[in-house]
Unconditional design. Structure first.
Length: 401
């Protein structure tokens, strides 16, 4: 849709956020609530967006679950409107050039909690990958995109085992069961999660390649590599506990409930082994450093400005002092104990040259705007001024006595 298009007389399109196999996501402005939101629009009007909004409605209220604002259909367009979130984990990983182990374990814990929440509401996601986890307010990780999610509890019972099922999700993160056509269950979400954690640690999975291939060929090649690779090779360079979690997940039966607490305990074991105590994610640490640097830079700039101001003030003070000293000759008080009027013109000291007296009107008691420079052209230097000033004071004091 074009920018500035208004959907349902309410949502103004501000720009496109992303595009997938089942829909396009736009940033929109709600003209009623006056807030920015995200709108997912169904491609080819297959109705998957309405199905997804129905699932979202069932799981509303959980931490890290996007808030659903609206959904509907207009002519050949189906849409849903949810809260606007931040970038997905893979985008953030690229921007930071990788994550620290501490951050990966913190993300692992949050992602596991989101999946567990979904499972407790009788749904499986079936497309777990870094792009499905978005960073939200207060660094809460949100699980999104429920377009191919399914209910695994039907009429109070676990769905039945089935083979020869269609593939679902992304081939890089899909479970072995998905490749061989076995119906997906809770264990498969966790297997995909483990592939995602390996990706975040190593930066790539062994079977990922940039080479282009048709969809069927790509699935076949990746499946062959997944089946052939040893666990030790897959988890090379990773904490040994991650391999243990993977072995546990692979051992789960089709309808078996995963032990989420066990996985959390293993995550904590890794944190203890590597003495990881910080709860701050990498981008928050970087943000704090930038703020600290900006603050330091601002303080340095303020210091320079203040220093410059003091220097200017000193220069101005010197100029003012010079002006005051020169003006003192024509308006000097008689004596510190004298009660005479301060601005009364006093007799010139004996010995003042005739050159200095020439042209000077001594009959007036007011300076009439005269300055030392005008009256005494020779006194253009401070030393001369203060020398004559001292002579004058000594003479005046002597005459008083």
């Amino acid at each position: 849709m074009e920018k500035n298009t208004i959907v349902n007389d309410r949502y103004k399109i501000l720009g496109q956020l992303g595009k997938g196999g089942f829909g396009q996501v736009y940033k929109v402005h709600d003209l009623v609530k006056k807030i920015n939101l995200a709108m997912k629009v169904d491609i080819n009007s297959r109705g998957s967006t309405l199905v997804e909004s129905s699932i979202l409605q069932d799981i509303q209220g959980g931490e890290g679950i996007p808030k659903l604002y609206d959904s509907g259909k207009i002519q050949d367009l189906t849409y849903m409107v949810i809260e606007l979130l931040g970038p997905h984990l893979n985008m953030m990983r690229k921007s930071l050039n990788g994550f620290s182990l501490n951050t990966i374990l913190l993300l692992f814990s949050q992602c596991l909690t989101r999946i567990e929440y979904l499972h407790t509401h009788d749904y499986i996601h079936r497309d777990i990958k870094p792009q499905q986890f978005l960073i939200g307010p207060k660094d809460v990780i949100y699980l999104v995109d429920y377009g191919i999610s399914k209910k695994y509890i039907i009429d109070g019972r676990h769905m039945s085992f089935q083979s020869q099922c269609s593939r679902a999700g992304s081939c890089s993160y899909a479970s072995i069961n998905c490749h061989i056509g076995i119906r997906l269950s809770r264990r498969d979400d966790l297997e995909s999660l483990m592939y995602m954690i390996v990706f975040l640690i190593r930066g790539a999975l062994p079977w990922q390649t940039k080479a282009k291939a048709n969809d069927n060929r790509k699935w076949q090649v990746i499946f062959a590599q997944k089946r052939a690779i040893l666990d030790e090779e897959l988890f090379n360079g990773c904490p040994k506990q991650l391999q243990q979690i993977f072995v546990y997940v692979k051992s789960l039966k089709f309808d078996e409930k995963p032990n989420y607490a066990y996985i959390r305990d293993m995550i904590q074991t890794i944190r203890n082994e590597f003495s990881l105590k910080s709860k701050m994610l990498d981008w928050k640490i970087l943000e704090r450093r930038h703020k600290s640097l900006d603050k330091r830079k601002t303080e340095e700039e303020n210091t320079k400005i203040l220093s410059k101001g003091k220097t200017t003030k000193k220069k101005c003070s010197k100029k003012n002092n010079r002006g005051l000293a020169m003006a003192t000759l024509t308006s000097l008080p008689a004596h510190e104990d004298s009660h005479e009027v301060p601005h009364l013109r006093l007799p010139l000291p004996i010995g003042t040259s005739k050159t200095l007296l020439s042209g000077l009107d001594l009959s007036s008691n007011s300076s009439k705007g005269e300055t030392v420079k005008n009256s005494f052209p020779e006194f253009i230097h401070r030393k001369h001024i203060f020398r004559e000033l001292n002579k004058f004071r000594m003479l005046f004091t002597f005459s008083e006595r």
